[in-house]
Design a protein around this ligand. Sequence first.
Ligand SMILES: Cc1cc2nc3c(=O)[nH]c(=O)nc-3n(C[C@H](O)[C@H](O)[C@H](O)COP(=O)(O)OP(=O)(O)OC[C@H]3O[C@@H](n4cnc5c(N)ncnc54)[C@H](O)[C@@H]3O)c2cc1C
Length: 457
Amino acid sequence: MSQLLDQIRTITGPEGVLTQGVNQRSTDGWGARECMAPAIIRPATTDELSEVMKCCHKAGQKIVTLGGGTNMTRGCAAGTDELVISMERMNRIDVIDPVNRTMTVQSGVSLQRVQEHAETHGLFFALDLGARGTATIGGNIATNAGGNQVIRYGMTREQVLGLEVVLSDGRILSSMNQMLKNNAGYDLKHLFIGSEGTLGIITRAVLRLRPHMPATASALVATDQFSKMAKLLNHMEQYLGGKLSAFETMWQNYYGIACHGQNMGLPPLSDNYPFYILIESTGAHQTTDTKQFLLALDEAMSEGLIVDAVLAESGQQQQAMWAIRDNIPALTAFQPIILFDISLPISEMEGYLDDMQKNLSAISQDLFVAILGHLGDGNLHVAVQLHEDTRKGKAAVEHAVYAPLQRRGGSISGEHGIGLEKKDYLHFSRNKVEIEVMRQLKQLFDPSDILNCGKVI
Ligand SMILES: Cc1cc2nc3c(=O)[nH]c(=O)nc-3n(C[C@H](O)[C@H](O)[C@H](O)COP(=O)(O)OP(=O)(O)OC[C@H]3O[C@@H](n4cnc5c(N)ncnc54)[C@H](O)[C@@H]3O)c2cc1C
């Protein structure tokens, strides 16, 4: 290993190889420190990374790619026999093209910097999530991140036009397409989007931008039945057309905790309703858009779909509502917990949650459960407290949550991915042939199995 590190130093310079403080690095969104690697390699350019990978490939050296380390799946955990490749020095915004509405960036740039840079040009990058300040574009692409605006703009996949990837043998696959339409053969970028670092290392991307929408209207509403939330979603989509940009749901068991967290201020609505929904529309005209938004809410109220509501009257109030939605860290008070990220058709959700609750009650009557999610995308986050912080206790809860998904056509991951955390359950959501083809792709792109070895499949 030390010979290989010397070789790498000649490529990257001394600042490209860190051997101090490596184990202190956080490797996931919960702050876990599963970085046992002897060194972190920090290339500054694609060419440097390409040379590094040629050396690693030749030496059969396993590597783990690290972006912002905010994943929820132990996706960046690294063993003592692995090297970490961090993208932290590849954080340049190359160019923004306002005419074609694209931005070309290195993959280590943070999501927030991309958002802010787009805004300074009157444009908008349509991906947003709570970890925006730390998560990198490379990590977002590698996990095909979802976030708060999928209902309107789709997942990360929809925001990427082109990619540059360093393959396991060091070859540079440049597919830096700038166009919306390009059907010249296979669209290779899609293989890497959502591949969680197992097929290649993303080094640069061409991102799709949209016009900036300056007018936002937000409301926090409460309702008393699950079926009303589903009806309300259809109602708002119908009334607001393409302007509905968020429909974030919170069950009472989540809202009651999240709204009372540290520095949270007074809750916008009392905490005794069964369901809460943060609804947002974005458009070009504040007055007309807000009027349309209010009309839609009024009508929903008179139809009985909403039992209480509060409209955000300032940016500050809007932020306070989002702070509740994003206050997932408040759940750490219930550690040990598992945060599930399941996905299933809305029509199946209520029945599924009943089945899940029955399974959990069979383990223990008083397990704490909190539910929130992107209902419009069919994606729920379910936090379940472990009755027993052991492998066996964890597996029992995982089975209780995952088993009823299978027969309802659901998925064990809506947006966070598989990593190490959900690998044992991949077959709950993917059939035999799907997994076989995934293995064949892995073999094709990484025949020596050196990229994020043992993750996903
Ligand atoms: C508070 C909070 C809120 C969150 N909200 C959401 C949400 O709403 N929606 C959502 O989808 N996720 C959410 N996440 C999870 C996380 O932010 C996303 O998965 C994010 O996309 C990860 O980006 P990252 O740069 O931190 O990637 P990392 O955690 O560093 O890596 C994630 C995976 O991608 C691989 N990888 C990283 N960079 C590259 C690269 N350049 N090339 C190839 N592989 C790479 C890693 O090896 C790993 O397997 C949230 C996390 C937190 C802490």
